[in-house]
Design a protein around this ligand. Structure first.
Ligand code: 6GU
Length: 313
């Protein structure tokens, strides 16, 4: 699985080289690249945000830089140059004057080509003068449907990311995560890529607010990649866990030896050697704990996932 992550703090993802995720990369199961969004800026300040239209606190990540980056990483042709993007303000002209090889040209394609060839990130090298003249056409997806990329934006105002999403995404060949910071990103960024036929997802990881999407992406990535065949040393360990399968319950409590520790005993039934009784005990405990801690999960349970003995619990 190829995983691209775009962030203004790509160093956040250095930790993905550790533990099982690091091993999966060494095995060639995962190819993770964290990119710096600022590599796609052209102004001296490398700015990626602007004030919110309509007013309000904070800054919003602007669409132009994201689009250059995402077009590149998705292998899309640059989009039709929008008129508003061509309007130069005093800042822009100063920036262009600063740059040695970019000149203010009335031939927009020429200048965007010059900018593109500045990029060291590989994809832009494919933009030849020939296809750049066709840049006024809408972008086309660059990959076959079977390994179509999935573009994912962490967003605290989006639907919750669940085990079901993790399972589905563990089958993808290419995931591209875009981490927002500040007050978030211009909503037209995901909208635009949807219009281009890209599978775009926005997810929250819980009902609390983080400073940016980086930690949320780490959480989602860990949930997704551990479900890939060959990722876990012991694949059985992902079968019995909480939130797995249709009748998702919280897991029963766990114990190891000794049988009594600091006066606290392991339940007798677990020492009985009777697998049927152990299974029943654990199942009852899972149901009781779920009912107490997460009644919302009980409400969502499919009746078919319950057996006769469950109903008594
Ligand atoms: Cl995905 N992003 C941010 N910034 N905060 C969050 C979140 C995501 N999910 C929960 N809180």
């Amino acid at each position: 699985m190829k995983i691209d992550i775009v962030s203004v703090f790509p160093e956040y993802f250095d930790v993905l080289g550790l533990s099982l995720m690091g091993k999966a990369q060494a095995k060639g199961l995962l190819q993770i690249t964290a990119h710096n969004l600022r590599d796609w800026t052209h102004d001296v300040h490398h700015s990626v945000d602007d004030t919110p239209v309509g007013g309000g606190a904070g800054m919003v990540m602007k669409p132009e830089v994201w689009a250059e980056c995402l077009d590149d990483l998705l292998g899309l042709q640059p989009a039709t140059v929008d008129e508003t993007e061509c309007t130069l303000d005093a800042d822009d002209s100063a920036t262009i004057a600063d740059s040695a090889d970019a000149t203010v040209s009335d031939e927009v394609v020429e200048s965007s080509d010059a900018i593109a060839s500045d990029e060291s990130d590989g994809m832009s090298a494919d933009i030849t003068a020939e296809n750049a003249t066709e840049a006024h056409d809408a972008p086309v997806p660059g990959t076959a449907a079977s390994d179509a990329p999935v573009l994912i934006f962490p967003n605290p105002s989006a639907p919750l990311f669940t085990q079901r999403d993790a399972t589905e995404l563990s089958h993808a060949n290419h995931l591209l995560f875009g981490c927002g910071r500040y007050e978030g990103y211009d909503s037209r960024i995901p909208d635009y890529y949807r219009t281009q036929g890209i599978d775009v997802r926005e997810y929250s990881i819980g009902d609390y607010v983080l400073n940016g999407g980086e930690v949320a992406v780490s959480v989602m990535l860990e949930a997704i990649t551990r479900l890939m065949p060959g990722f876990m040393g012991n694949p059985d360990s992902i079968v019995e866990e909480s939130y797995t399968g249709e009748g998702a319950l919280l897991e029963h409590r766990q114990y190891t030896k000794p049988a009594t520790w600091r006066g606290l005993a392991v339940p007798d039934v677990l020492l009985s050697g009777d697998h049927g009784k152990v299974d029943r005990f654990r199942r009852d405990e899972a149901l009781a704990r779920t009912n107490e801690i997460r009644p919302d999960l009980i409400a969502k349970l499919d009746c078919k996932a319950l057996d006769k003995a469950d109903r008594k619990t």
